[in-house]
Ligand binder design. Sequence first.
Ligand SMILES: Cc1ncc(COP(=O)(O)O)c(C=O)c1O
Length: 401
Amino acid sequence: MKNFSKRIPRLGTENAFSVIEKAKKFEREILKPKGKHLIYLQIGEPSFNTPSNINQATIKAIKNNKTHYTPTLGIPELRAAIAEKTKASTGVNYQKEDVLVTSGAKPIIFYTVNALIDPGDEVIIPNPGYPIYGSVTEYLGGKVVPLELKEKNNFCLDIKELEKKITRKTKLIILNSPQNPTGAVFDEKLIRDIAKIAKKNDLWILADEVYNEIIHKGRHFSIASVPGMEKRTVLLNGVSKTYAMTGYRIGWGVTKNKEMLATLERLACNDISCANAMAQYAALEALTGSQKEVVSMVKEYRKRRDLLVRLVNEIPGMKCHSPEGAFYLMVNVEKILKKLKINAEELCDRIMKEAHVLILPGTVFGSFGENFVRFSYVSSPKDIKEGVSRIKKYITSVYRD
Ligand SMILES: Cc1ncc(COP(=O)(O)O)c(C=O)c1O
């Protein structure tokens, strides 16, 4: 049979999904027969149910036969609601004409990199960071330029290092604040400095803001808020994280650059035709209905963060700071890795097999995650307590400070 395209081996994946498959198999085949189970502290999605007014809106949409194609750009009411919401969070006068609705926020990464990157073009990507940025860039023949987010800077980007990474071939910087996997929130000064560099070097920005409402300290500041940036920025957001709607698959891109929006639309038309119709009505209810449950979910995440941070710092050889946003915790395990002479993947594998808890190695998010493991704090306080206690017991049996 003839070969697959040369591009395919360059396409990475989100290893978090394959880790879960492996863990489920281990749980099914090894633990279940012994009456045991895994505790999942790696989850990258809200553990709350989708608020019922949103589910009801979906049912209503089906009853009203909203089950056909919509315009590629999305239903006008939802686009207007997204524009309104983005206007409120950025101060930029976004209109519905600036919005493309997609099947989850993820396609906006694929479309934006597709829109901009020719082979050899360079994309500056946070590392550790969401793995899809690099995967898509390499798939398209672009060059990934990793920018290390250092623990000593609270995992915020170092502006001097950013400047050093820029070459004639740099075209795009990808930002993600609040950040997956570190929970870092870039402050206004840092964002303004990044904007200055983008303007000076005529660069595009893809600002992934899917966690912009999950903030525990300070406030989210969007790079689109800096005057002049709205035309060189694609804002990416969606309902997955804020409204516990990951399975609905609704996200969006927002930009004041008309040519960019038309290009994203063309890519979406070739890819998905349009996002799921009834899910768009659900998203409309999410954005325009009561926001009470969002507020209470964020409050609860904050409590769980405080609990997890306190308990993890009691484990010998593990240390972490308290993240300001999202629902993830990067934990430094360098001492344990050195002592046991293993890497972070092996540590997570042992923790799964011996302590029966699932967490992710930092390397899932890039090479600069090598001394870290990532927990998430979406799980119930009961699971957080039980999971960390199991890990502590295991680590204490193999490691001493
Ligand atoms: C940083 C980041 N961006 C984008 C996404 C994709 O979100 P969606 O479910 O809307 O496709 C995720 C999901 O985990 C994420 O963590």
